[in-house]
Design a protein around this ligand. Structure first.
Ligand SMILES: [Cu+2]
Length: 140
C-alpha cells in the first residue's frame, strides 16, 4: 500500500514538473526573436518580400551564396537615398546596415517601430539597378 501511494505521489509530482516545463518553454519561445532567413543568390534577395510584426525583434539570417560581396540595408526612402551616394565601404555599426562578404552568413536583429513598409537594398555599385531590392511589410 505504501509503495502504491508513493508511486501515485511520484506520478503527480512528475506531471506537475512536466506541466511547469511546458509553461517555461512557451514563455521562452514567446521571448525568442522571429527568425527570417534571406538568401542572396545571383545578386537577388530570396525571398524579395517578407512580413514582420511591428515592435517585435526580428532576426534576419542573411546568407550570401555569391562569390562577390553584398550588403543588406533596410530603411525608409530617405535612408536609401543617402546610401545611393554614400561612401562607407563596409557596414557593421548599425543593425539595419549589414555587409555580407562573399559566401558568408550574417545575422542582425531589427525591431521595426512603425507599421507600413520599408525596402532592403544592396547599394554596392550597380546592384540595385540589377534588382537587389526587397520589401519588408510591417504589420500592426
Ligand atoms: Cu549586392
Amino acid at each position: 500500500m505504501r509503495t502504491r501511494r508513493t508511486s501515485v505521489a511520484l506520478a503527480l509530482g512528475l506531471s506537475i514538473a512536466v506541466g511547469a516545463g511546458v509553461a517555461a518553454a512557451v514563455v521562452a519561445h514567446a521571448r525568442d526573436p522571429i527568425v527570417i532567413p534571406i538568401t542572396i543568390h545571383w545578386s537577388h534577395f530570396e525571398p524579395a518580400s517578407v512580413r514582420v510584426p511591428v515592435g517585435v525583434p526580428v532576426t534576419f539570417v542573411i546568407t550570401n551564396t555569391d562569390p562577390i560581396d553584398h550588403e543588406w540595408i533596410v530603411g525608409d526612402a530617405a535612408t536609401h537615398e543617402r546610401h545611393r551616394t554614400g561612401t562607407e565601404p563596409v557596414h557593421d555599426a548599425r543593425p539595419t546596415e549589414i555587409s555580407i562578404p562573399a559566401e558568408t552568413e550574417r545575422r542582425t536583429t531589427v525591431t521595426f517601430a512603425a507599421s507600413g513598409s520599408e525596402q532592403f537594398i544592396c547599394h554596392l555599385p550597380g546592384h540595385e539597378a540589377y534588382g537587389m531590392i526587397g520589401t519588408v511589410v510591417i504589420t500592426p
